[in-house]
Design a binder for this molecule. Structure first.
Ligand code: NI
Length: 166
């Protein structure tokens, strides 16, 4: 199990580096990420959330074929059509908000062996992938809220956490 970093910790805001070595250590790390995500009941987890500044995330929407790792991903196309969908984040536990994003995307990435692939996706998977891809650029879903709503959410998150620590 890996530790998940939460809102306020600098590592969530830092730059990430491309992965260049596709070895056994990487496979072991990806396994640990899948395990940590499942344990936390998440459907996506990006490397910076576990303190690793590399361009990698895992997703599992619990639909067939949607348990995947994306390494060095690049969103190369987004649909004009956008939609609202409630997002949460393992790094901001307990908080949810409707976020606007493109409904469909085309993404290119590498798999665990380093092999490049291109995928056109929609639905929940497109949503999760965009959210996780943001993490690789130090962006959290709250950054996509308007300022007033964000301040409210963060204040209520901080209040909860204070209570928890007492
Ligand atoms: Ni997240």
């Amino acid at each position: 199990m890996l530790d998940i970093y939460t809102l306020g910790e600098e590592v969530l805001r830092e730059k990430t580096e491309k992965i260049t070595v596709f070895d056994n250590a990487l496979a072991i790390f990806v396994d640990a990420m899948f395990e940590t995500m499942a344990e936390a009941d998440g459907i996506g987890l990006a490397a910076p959330q576990v303190g690793v500044l590399k361009r990698l995330f895992v997703v599992d929407t619990h639909r067939p074929g949607e348990r995947m790792v994306f390494i060095n991903p690049e969103i190369i196309e987004t649909s004009q059509e956008q939609g609202l969908y409630e997002e949460g984040c393992l790094s901001i536990p307990g908080m949810y908000y409707d976020i606007v994003r493109p409904l469909e995307i085309t993404i290119q990435a590498q798999d665990l062996s380093g092999k490049a692939f291109v995928k056109h996706i929609g639905g929940t998977l497109a949503r999760v992938v965009q959210h996780e891809n943001d993490h690789l650029n130090g962006i959290l879903f709250i950054d996509r809220m308007d300022e007033e709503a964000r301040e409210k959410l963060v204040a209520s998150y901080n209040r909860r956490n204070k209570k928890r620590k007492k």
